[in-house]
Design a protein around this ligand. Structure first.
Ligand SMILES: Cc1cc2nc3c(=O)[nH]c(=O)nc-3n(C[C@H](O)[C@H](O)[C@H](O)COP(=O)(O)OP(=O)(O)OC[C@H]3O[C@@H](n4cnc5c(N)ncnc54)[C@H](O)[C@@H]3O)c2cc1C
Length: 376
């Protein structure tokens, strides 16, 4: 006998975008089924720093979306009883041109909606015991950044969804959508709407849309230390001069081009591999250090020792941790659009594709999901 499987809405993809869409849809009282092709989601969402990082977003719409997303994150984390570190962030600076950008950002930032503040060297050291003191000039303090453990989130957020009645279908790839019918694994579902959050899978569903979209991939290498001894705490998540040239928020600074030019001249290897050093800590005390950026549809499956060494070299210019013993190395891949902050499309009535928030998918996920439902 064929069972009648029905839901108001199907979400395709168990990464953070899929989970956030399922969370918002179920909050709105819709019956939801979530499909993830793997027994557990192993895409970008489990491989990242877990930084919810509004300060990286460009002023205006995207920064506002990130702030909204951060509030939704906190609500979801509390509901799921998931720990997070609301430590804020510090961008620490050691060179005059870095300090020029940091100071300028702290001057113009508040008018642009950022709650940030320039800290003197002494004030940085009061906020963080993890920062190298030699040649330290100061830093940007921002209280709004959070760190979650992506491995816990991807494992446990689905449990909250299940408690709310979301049907979870892990190990079930969606092969075709022809509304109201969805073919997934060995099942056929009837749904009113579908949201496709398939990460960097450009082939299975709507390959023509993806082919014309301009989307590409980005590979990032990452490292994680052993748990730091004695319950040592990182405090604020850390970034430094290289990051000022990376996040679009800082492009509002007239002093940035000089810094970009100096980095390109002095350390072209960092530009070559898109390296900037970011540091966060998990609730278990491990320190996550990354990352690099290699763009292109065909991802090199082999990691480069040179890149890991450069990431560690750059992190060591500002980071002072008790143990540098590396416990894990991995890479992650996300989809990204060259010009847009994310990609969305409505290939047929009732179906929306929402993907490619690039390096900001954790930050933006819940805000993007809420936005999707405000538009449908
Ligand atoms: C190393 C690294 C560090 C990062 N750090 C941060 C950070 O600190 N802060 C931040 O904001 N962002 C960060 N990002 C970016 C962020 O991780 C991504 O933007 C985000 O995870 C993308 O989520 P997603 O759900 O779109 O994709 P994914 O997590 O890749 O999930 C897509 C899922 O869809 C499934 N799927 C695909 N097709 C089908 C199908 N047909 N049927 C069923 N399932 C399907 C896949 O199996 C996959 O699990 C980082 C990314 C990486 C790689």
């Amino acid at each position: 006998m064929k069972v009648n499987l029905r839901a108001d809405i199907a979400i395709i993809g168990g990464g953070i975008l899929g989970l956030a869409h399922a969370y918002i849809a179920s909050r709105e009282g819709r019956s939801v089924v979530l499909f993830e092709r793997n027994p557990r989601a192993t895409g970008a969402s489990i491989r990242n720093f877990g930084m919810i990082w509004p300060i990286g977003q460009p002023a205006g719409e995207m920064h506002q979306l990130a702030l909204k997303s951060q509030k939704l994150w906190i609500a979801a984390l509390n509901e799921a009883r998931l720990p997070y570190l609301a430590t804020g962030s510090l961008h620490v600076v050691y060179r005059d041109d870095e300090a020029d950008v940091a100071r300028e950002f702290c001057e113009i930032g508040p008018q642009l909606g950022y709650s940030c503040e320039w800290l003197s060297r002494e004030d940085v050291l009061r906020r963080s015991a993890a920062v190298r003191t030699e040649n330290l000039l100061g830093g940007i303090w921002s209280s709004g950044e959070l760190t979650v453990d992506p491995r816990q989130v991807v494992a446990r957020l689905p449990m909250l969804l299940q408690e709310r009645g979301v049907a979870l279908r892990y190990g079930s790839a969606v092969r075709s959508i022809d509304l109201p019918t969805i073919e997934a694994g060995s099942e056929t579902w009837q749904v009113d709407d579908a949201i496709v959050c398939s990460g960097d899978d450009f082939q299975t569903l709507y390959p023509k849309v993806f082919e014309l979209s301009g989307l590409t991939r980005c590979k990032l290498q990452m490292l994680r230390t052993v748990p730091q001894p004695g319950g040592w705490q990182l405090g604020p998540a850390l970034a430094a001069g290289l990051t000022l040239r990376f996040y679009k928020a800082f492009r509002a600074c007239s002093t940035l081009p000089k810094l970009v030019e100096r980095i390109a001249r002095e350390t072209p290897e960092c530009d070559r591999w898109g390296i900037h050093a970011l540091v966060s800590q998990t609730a278990a005390g491990e320190v996550t250090i990354g990352d690099s950026h290699e763009y292109g549809k065909c991802v090199d499956i082999f990691d480069k020792t040179e890149i890991d060494d450069l990431i560690l070299r750059e992190a060591a210019t500002f980071l002072n941790i008790p143990s540098w013993q590396i416990a894990q190395r991995w890479h992650g891949v996300y989809s990204i659009h060259p010009d847009r902050a994310f990609f969305e499309a409505a290939p047929v009535p009732g179906v929306r594709i929402v993907t490619a928030p690039g390096g900001s998918g954790m930050t933006l996920s819940f805000g993007l999901a809420e936005r999707t439902f405000q538009r449908t």
